[in-house]
Ligand binder design. Structure first.
Ligand code: NAD
Length: 512
């Protein structure tokens, strides 16, 4: 155990077999089977988690509903104080949780720590927010009237999350939902159930110490079936779902049928435009990190580089050199740049995408390969690859969740922006340039159509202070910072008449 995994698991109070349904301090037995969680780093079984069944699900949602009636009465700044303490508890468990994220999901330990830091940051943000759930006041057109709006807690918030950010996405949602007075039911990815159990245990302690009612933080472990139960459940006014576009369409349809609210954070197909005026040293670091970081399994991973034809060959040659220096191996070893893919299925998709790209006419710059031998026993390690392609290739229009980078040539900036926008997804985008005219055009209303548009930083990663999300097939949702909290509350407009007359709006006369 050279990386201290056992110690981390002990510190997080996890055992070999865990129950997957919890209303806080209580864990519910179910008739469901067990999910085995294997590490993509070394293929070892980390532990097993009992899947929730429908009876558990019903019990959890009923407990959540009861808890909401109590929790919404707690003043928002007091709810913020509980979230502040959760941030402190996460600070204490940062190394252990970061290590488990790295081991269960396969991202580097540094990125695992970064993910827990994001949880801490959003807790801090939410604490301040708990005193700033502002509504506007308006001037009434009627004399002796006052008008304003206020935000009320919404109810039970369902959170469906993806494997690649197994803990941060939960925190982005819960920290805001809890200060907004909501209660949460979390269905983590079935590929990363243990990190979810660890989060629930950390939270339960803080909540118990603050007499937070059972049912404010709930966990349900299961697959798409439980996700569908949540999506169809009229007791859950908001479903916040992070994952593939395929999943988002299914969830969006179910939630839409009952006219519920859906916050969808789906796939990306993110591009960086390298103009002639790019500072190449810096731009290349951004592109390489964006393409190979988390083994290409970030929703904001760089998938396409749109490069000016005059610098194309130079960029391709320098990328090739940089890729030759990448160290691929155990993500817990800080010397390595690239860890494994999540599982065998992901490896298959990587191989299929490369085959398809070649069939469509892609030119190989750095070929892909599944790695074998010592250190690669899990079968999940692959070589990051680069191909020159045309943007319209079918495979390029798809998000392949793997370290495959597509290079595309362009002649002028209008064309580059059109190429950047010409995919079904709209999450993250970037331009590398020292020319102010180019960057302003890229950021203008005729520029990037993505939810995130950066200048001289890559597409990958974001700070919690901004609203995070994207357009088109990325789903249109926004979470985390700015005013993303508003989706977790219901807005009410209030008009108060403090006179003895009843004037009607728009001057309408009605006398009896
Ligand atoms: P996935 O869609 O396979 O699963 C995500 C979650 O949805 C899991 O919890 C899964 O059990 C659940 N699910 C799947 N089908 C469902 C259905 N029909 N109904 C209800 N729930 C269902 O995605 P994944 O492989 O875990 O994650 C990778 C994907 O997530 C990528 O497309 C990536 O871009 C996306 N992602 C997006 C963001 C973002 O903020 N935009 C962030 C992280 C990941």
């Amino acid at each position: 155990d050279q990386y201290g995994i056992k110690e981390a698991i002990q510190s997080l109070e996890l055992s070999n077999i865990e129950l997957g349904s919890s209303t806080g301090s209580q864990w519910l037995k179910s008739g469901g089977g067990n999910i085995s969680s294997h590490s993509p780093a070394d293929g070892q079984l980390i532990g097993q988690v009992q899947e929730s069944d429908e009876a558990c699900y019903q019990q959890v949602v009923e407990t959540a509903q009861k808890a909401f009636a109590e929790w919404r009465q707690v003043p928002a700044p007091k709810r913020g104080e509980v979230v502040r303490q959760l941030g402190d508890a996460l600070r204490q468990k940062k190394e252990a949780l970061g290590k488990l994220v790295s081991y269960e999901m396969g991202k580097s330990y540094q990125e695992g720590l970064g993910e827990v830091q994001e949880m801490i940051d959003i807790c801090d943000f939410a604490v301040g927010l708990s005193r700033q759930l502002y509504g506007l006041t308006m001037h009434s057109e009627r004399p002796g009237h006052r008008m304003y709006e206020q935000y009320h807690p919404l109810g039970v918030v369902g959170i469906i999350s993806a494997f690649n950010f197994p803990v941060a996405v939960w925190a982005w949602n819960t920290a805001l939902a809890w200060v907004c007075g909501d209660v949460t039911v979390w269905k983590p990815s079935e590929k990363t159930p243990l990190t979810a159990i660890a989060c629930q245990k950390i939270t339960a302690k803080v909540f118990a110490a603050n007499q937070v009612p059972e049912g404010v933080s709930n966990l349900i472990v299961g697959d798409a079936e439980i996700g569908q139960l949540m999506s169809q459940d009229t007791r859950i006014p908001l479903i916040s779902a992070t994952g593939s576009t395929r999943m988002g369409k299914a969830v969006g349809e179910s939630v839409g049928k009952r006219l519920g609210r859906a916050l969808l954070e789906l796939g990306g197909n993110n591009a960086i435009i390298f103009t002639k005026n790019a500072d190449l040293d810096m731009s290349l670091i951004g592109a390489v990190f964006g393409a190979v970081g988390t083994c290409g399994q970030r929703c904001t991973s760089t998938r396409r580089l749109i490069v000016h034809e005059e610098i194309f060959d130079n960029v391709a040659a320098r990328l090739k050199k940089a890729y030759a220096q990448l160290r691929i191996g155990n993500p817990l070893d800080e010397k390595n740049h690239v860890g494994p893919l999540i599982d065998q299925l992901a490896v298959d998709m990587y191989q299929q995408a490369i085959t398809k790209a070649k069939e469509e006419g892609a030119k190989t710059i750095v070929d892909g390969e599944v790695l074998k031998g010592v250190g690669y026993e899990s079968g999940c390690y692959v070589k990051p690859a680069i191909f020159e392609v045309k943007n319209e290739f079918e495979i390029v229009q798809h998000e392949t969740f793997a370290p495959i980078l597509y290079l595309i040539r362009y002649k002028d900036l209008d064309e580059a922006i059109a190429l950047q926008n010409d995919v079904p997804q709209g999450l993250s985008s970037a331009i590398m340039t020292s020319d102010m005219r180019e960057s302003e055009q890229f950021l203008s209303h005729a520029g990037s159509d993505c939810g995130i548009a950066n200048v001289n930083i890559g597409t990958s990663g974001a700070e919690i202070g901004g609203a995070f999300g994207g357009e088109k097939e990325t789903g249109g949702g926004r979470e985390s910072g700015s005013d993303a909290w508003k989706v977790y509350m219901r807005r009410q407009t209030n008009t108060i008449n403090y006179t003895t007359k009843l004037p009607l709006a728009q001057g309408i006369k009605f006398e009896i």
